[in-house]
Design a protein around this ligand. Structure first.
Ligand SMILES: O=C(O)c1cc(=O)[nH]c(=O)n1[C@@H]1O[C@H](COP(=O)(O)O)[C@@H](O)[C@H]1O
Length: 272
């Protein structure tokens, strides 16, 4: 999917919500555990109930890898279900990969070719030659971790090196990489006050912003400092939406939570 198509969907749906499909078998409704593929059944119900309220889904691969072959199969079924039934949805494999060049190429093939995701999250720690293999894929997006939502972000990302914070160096240096137009960045919602500085370096790039909901980040603050003319934001919430109920009404309850966020987004867009 191109960035232009993503922007069009945001305008049509008045939503820039990404729903995180972080499926934990101990948290899903117990009645699903009797089905052949509980993870996929859960995802399918959530997707069918919420697809009109969001523009993206973000399965975090850890929640699938933890269940071995069955988990990976459920991830494959989920991305195929999305691509076949809701091709207008932007898909994010939250895998946080990155390695030496030839290995990164294989990671990129895994998520862009075998599992046909639109984007993948990538850690920039190993530098240019670890990220460029992902950027080489046309109309696919590489979402580089810039300033993450967790407390550990202050261990390295905000440290000064040669007089500049590491996360700013990631933003500036990554702009020089080949096919950098395919870059997006992760900035945690809990770090909204940093967005003014971040926008000075990357005024137009799309940001994936997790941390609204369970981690306490504020949608309003993120939009105040990070929104661009083309919105430029994908706000993710996972647990705050998908675990709204453990009953048979779990998908409807998730839709209620998603709708609350979507309506807040529509108000922000209308006021823009
Ligand atoms: O790359 C991410 O998506 C990510 C980056 C970050 O800085 N913080 C962060 O929470 N995430 C992911 O975003 C999701 C947040 O989930 P909730 O806290 O349940 O909404 C999880 O899948 C995290 O792994």
């Amino acid at each position: 999917m191109t960035t232009e198509q993503l922007i069009e969907q945001i305008k049509i749906k008045k939503s820039f919500l990404a729903i995180g499909l972080d499926v934990d078998l101990s948290k899903i409704p117990p009645h699903l555990l009797d089905t052949e593929d509980p993870i996929f059944e859960f995802n399918k119900a959530i997707i069918d109930a919420t697809h009109h309220l969001c523009v993206a889904y973000k399965p975090n691969t850890a929640f699938y890898e933890a269940y071995g072959l069955k988990g990976w199969k459920a991830l494959e079924k989920t991305i195929n279900y999305l691509n076949e039934n809701y091709p207008e949805i932007f898909t994010i494999a939250d895998a946080k990969r990155g390695d030496i060049g030839n290995t990164s190429t294989m990671y990129a093939k895994a998520f862009f070719e075998d599992l046909a995701f639109d984007s993948v999250t990538v850690a920039p720690y190993m530098g240019k030659d670890s990220v460029e293999p992902f950027l080489a894929f046309k109309d696919k997006h590489t979402i580089v971790l810039a300033l993450t939502s967790n407390q550990g972000a202050f261990d390295f990302q905000t440290k000064l090196v040669d007089g500049k914070e590491v996360y700013k160096q990631v933003l500036e240096t990554s702009k020089t990489w080949e096919n950098s137009e395919n870059l997006m960045y992760v900035v945690g919602a809990t770090k909204a006050e940093y967005l003014t500085d971040i926008r000075k370096i990357i005024p137009e790039s799309f940001l994936l912003v997790p941390g609204v909901g369970a981690q306490g980040g504020s949608l309003q603050e993120v939009c105040k400092y990070g929104m661009t003319q083309n919105v430029g934001l994908l706000i993710n919430s996972s647990r705050g939406i998908i675990y709204a109920s453990q009953g048979k009404d779990f998908a409807e309850a998730a839709a209620v939570k998603a709708k609350t966020l979507q309506q807040d987004m529509a108000s922000i867009l209308n006021a823009q």
